[in-house]
Each structure stands twice: as C-alpha cells, then as structure tokens.
Ligand binder design. Structure first.
Ligand code: ADP
Ligand code: MG
Length: 387
C-alpha cells in the first residue's frame, strides 16, 4: 500500500517543496479477450487496486522534472524539445504523453512529478498504461484542462504507440481510465462502447506473476499484430468487406482457411475464437455462471498456448497447477504473453489455500518464486489527494 503522506514527503524531500496533488491510475488485469483489442474485437478487463501514483506540482516555466522511485532516477526535459531518451527508456512513457498533449495544442506548462508504483513493472498488469494515464491526468488537473475519459485513454495509448514504439491496443489505457469498483468492463475496441458487469462478491481474482520476463515481448507482439493484418488482407480475396478479424466469424474462417498460409491460420483462429469466447464469458458473468466463465478462461489459455503461441512453459505450469486446485473456476495467461502473469477465478472460501498451494507447487515444479496478488476490481484514474 502506498500512503499519501509518504508520497507527499518523498516529493518534498526530493524537490524541496510540497506537491499540489496526487493522482492515482490503476493497473489492469484482463479476465478474457487476449490479443483481440488490436483486432477491433472485445475484451473483458478490470481495473486493479494497485497502480501508479504521481505527486505533482505545476511550474511557471516549460521544464518537466520527473523522478521515478521504481528506478531511483530523475529525468528532465523541456516542453520545447521532447526527444526519445535512450539512457532512461522509462521516461519515454512520460515524454510521450506530454508530447501528445502539446500535439493537441493544449495549454500546458512544466511540472515536477514524483512517481511511486505498487504494480510489478513488466509483469503484464499494465504498469505502462497506468503510468501514461497518471501522467496525462496529472497534467490535466495541474493545467485545468477538460478532457473526456476516452480522450485521455487515446492520448495515453498514442504515447505508447508513437513514442515508446509498442503497438498496443486501447484496452489497458481505457481500463485504467474508466474501470469501476466491483465491476469488469466489456469493451468493444472497435467503437469504444462499453458495458460494466458486476463481479459476484463470492469470487476473488488471483493474479500470479511468474517472475519470467522475455526481451522479445515487444517484437513478438508487433509480429503477431502484423500476422493478423496479413490474415485480413488475404481473407479479403473472398470477404471483400472485412476490415479487421473482428468481422470474421469462426465459421467463415473455417470455410476460407485455404487462403491462409500455415503460419498465419492458427493466429487468426485464436483471435476469431477468442472474440467469440469473450462475448460468451460476458454473458456467463451476467448470469452469475462462474463455472461457465471459468471454462471459457481455460479454453482461452489453450488457444493462446497452441494457436497464438505466446505462452511459455512457466506460465503453462502455473495454469496447469491452478486448474488442479480446489475452488478454481478457471485460469489463464493474461497480458501480452512471453512470461508475465496468470489470472485465476477462485471461490472466496478457497483463496488462502489456493494461493499457498499455487506458490508451493510452482516452486517445486519450476524452481521459481511466484508473486501472488489477490485483487479486487477498482475505480479508474482519480485524484487521490489535494494539498
Ligand atoms: P507492463 O505494462 O505489463 O507492466 P511494459 O513492458 O508494457 O509492462 O511496461 C513496463 C515499463 O513501463 C517499465 O519497464 C518502465 O519503462 C515503465 N514504467 C512502468 N511503471 C513505471 C514507474 N513506476 N516508473 C518508471 N517507469 C515505469
Ligand atoms: Mg504495458
């Protein structure tokens, strides 16, 4: 837990003045609908009760000073010359958002920012989106700028796409802005319409960080995206009206499978089936059908592992162990893949035993330490303190 007083004091010690305010933007976990966002499909994430906190103070000039306690490092830049920082790549998430604000011609001045986070960095819980959203919201408040939630999410996504160079979809930023306590968010990534669905109080969402991180995440992610685009191009020979895999039904894909090379077909099959599963999962949640929801999570994992090929043995082990434990409705890889975390849906009375057994058996079978978080669905970005 991050204490607001502790963050205020840390800001004061570092910058020599009191912050004006603190913003908080949550991380997210995706319950189902993986690698569907950039195919204009559906996703079903929730905002976490962990996130990025930024204490902030406006400046009268055009300097930005930003300190990250996660890296114990500071970066400085001027609003008039925002370039990529190769020495401190973490700062590009901040720089990208500020550059995006300026590109929208918004009247901003410089700021002093102090970042603290209680999310794992690079663990698949979207610390990156929560950082971007927190930076955007801090500048919004400091400069009295009105901005719709959707615009803030797009600004944050744009920073990651155009400045950091990660071609992520809109899910992470959207959830960090618009998530709500007690609810999952069914988002249509085509038109950004969404619907909140209550998560029954008798289950817990258990996120398990495998501790595995792969350098390839960015390049593999971008290459999966390219495969999806290629599939759309090829399928258009017979389905001229489609613009994304969202427009292709499982039946159509099976019918026109001969158009796709062997390396591309399973990628498209994952996306098309995952979009279907996500809609079915939302319906199951509407009816409080947790067993049905869990079965769809399990099917999602198998598809990510076998067709999309974004899992790794350590994650497969976590999912296999979770499936075998009492009170677990379903478990799957969450986030982009190549390491990161799993998400499991667990009956509330079984959670303690579940987390203890999952950690012990992962240690035994894989020889690594898992970090387990029992999470509740939380509100999106907000002002956490005003001084
Ligand atoms: P994820 O979003 O799943 O956590 P990413 O690789 O997309 O993983 O984003 C992690 C990166 O985001 C970090 O390597 C760092 O550059 C940046 N980042 C996230 N949180 C912070 C923070 N508190 N301070 C500085 N940089 C951060
Ligand atoms: Mg990220």
């Amino acid at each position: 837990m991050i204490e607001m007083n502790q963050l205020r004091d840390a800001f004061s010690n570092h910058f020599g003045l009191h912050p004006r305010l603190i913003v908080r933007a949550p991380g997210r976990v995706n319950l189902i609908g993986e690698h569907t966002d950039y195919n204009e499909g559906f996703v079903l994430p929730m905002a976490l009760d962990r996130g990025t906190f930024i204490a902030a103070h406006a400046r009268a000039d055009r300097m930005v000073r930003v300190y990250s306690s996660s890296y114990a490092a500071e970066d400085r830049f001027s609003l008039d010359a925002i370039e990529r920082n190769h020495e401190q790549p973490w700062s590009n998430y901040v720089r990208g958002v500020v550059k995006g604000l300026l590109a929208r011609d918004l009247p901003i001045l410089g700021a002093d920012l102090f970042i603290m986070s209680d999310l794992p960095l690079g663990g698949g819980l979207s610390s990156s989106a929560s950082l971007e959203v927190a930076v955007g919201y801090a500048f919004q408040l400091l400069n009295n700028i009105d901005m719709l939630g959707e615009e803030l999410a797009l600004l944050a996504q744009g920073a990651e796409n155009n400045f950091v160079g990660m071609q992520c979809g809109i899910m992470d930023q959207f959830t960090s802005v618009l998530g709500r306590a007690g609810q999952a968010l069914l988002l249509d990534c085509r038109d950004l319409s969404y619907r909140l669905i209550p998560i029954p109080p008798d289950v817990r969402i258990v996120v398990c960080d495998s501790g595995v991180r792969h350098q390839l995440v960015g390049s593999e992610y971008n290459s999966r995206r390219a495969s999806c685009q290629e599939a759309v191009q090829l399928l258009r020979a017979r389905l001229p009206r489609i613009t994304a895999l969202r427009d292709v039904s499982p039946g159509q894909l099976a019918e026109h499978a001969d158009l796709l090379p062997a390396a591309i077909l399973p990628r498209a099959r994952h996306v098309v089936s995952e979009i279907q599963r996500t809609l079915e999962a939302a319906e199951a949640l509407d009816h409080g059908d947790l067993s049905g929801f869990g079965r769809l999570m399990n099917a999602s994992h198998a598809s990510l592992r076998d067709d999309y090929e974004v899992s790794v043995p350590e994650i497969d082990a976590l999912v296999r162990i979770a499936h075998s434990l009492e009170g677990c409705y379903g478990s799957r890889l969450t986030g982009g893949g190549f390491g990161g975390s799993t998400v499991s849906l667990v009956r509330v009375g079984a959670v303690e035993q579940f987390t203890a057994d999952l950690a012990a058996r992962y240690r035994e079978e894989v020889g690594r330490e898992a970090t387990i978080l029992v999470c509740s669905p939380s509100d999106g970005v907000s002002r956490a303190a005003l001084f």
